[in-house]
Design a protein around this ligand. Structure first.
Ligand code: FES
Ligand code: FES
Length: 193
């Protein structure tokens, strides 16, 4: 296959690569961008470990080709924390023991980010349904559900309705988005190659 150029943005930084069209977005993120926080479990769209945000939507990066993400704005688990300050969802997973081995955790976190943006006041049932596409071999899910509920409370009480506003905006606006809780304007850009 003839390699093609791909240019996209991950966590506010621009990356460019030359890839075969068959290269998955997950592999591009891990190999070309060097962002190995996005994990690959099944590589068949079943486990959710590879979940990232693409233009604000939670997607399985193992089911997309890198060339399909041309021009997209991606967010991976590496983009959640603000320096040493964990994202409220990361903090909640820490405090409520929402992980054991941690392999599934990046996917759960990114799924939860999108879920809580769209469901700022979820019921436990809604949380379980929202996370149903992610598999964990370790935790039994109970503490993951507790963590997401705790993060929802934190986000709606202290983090400024940004997530709520984002949920409203999502209904009418798709495309380029900034992280509401940790905007990264003006950050230096770089290319992977
Ligand atoms: S690695 Fe993508 S869904 Fe399992
Ligand atoms: S914490 Fe080990 S697979 Fe989920």
């Amino acid at each position: 296959m003839t390699p093609r150029d791909v240019t996209l943005t991950v966590n506010g930084r621009a990356y460019r690569g030359r890839v075969e069209p068959r290269k998955t977005l997950a592999d591009f993120i891990r190999e070309d961008c060097g962002l190995t926080g996005t994990h690959l479990g099944c590589e068949h769209g079943v486990c959710g470990a590879c979940t990232i945000l693409m233009n604000g939507d939670a997607v399985r990066s193992c089911l997309l080709f890198a060339v399909q993400a041309e021009g997209a704005e991606l967010r991976t688990v590496e983009g959640l924390a603000d320096g040493d300050r964990l994202h409220p969802i990361q903090q909640a997973f820490w405090e409520h023991h929402g992980l054991q081995c941690g392999f599934c955790t990046p996917g759960f976190l990114m799924t939860a980010v999108a879920f809580l943006r769209d469901h700022p006041h979820p019921t436990e049932r809604e949380i379980r349904e929202g996370l149903a596409g992610n598999l964990c071999r370790c935790t039994g899910y109970q503490n993951i559900v507790k963590a997401v509920a705790a993060a929802a409370a934190v986000l709606t009480s202290t983090a400024p309705a940004d997530e709520t506003r984002r949920a409203a905006a999502k209904k009418g606006a798709r495309g380029r988005r900034r992280t509401p809780e940790h905007p990264r304007r003006g950050r230096a850009r770089r290319t992977a190659r």
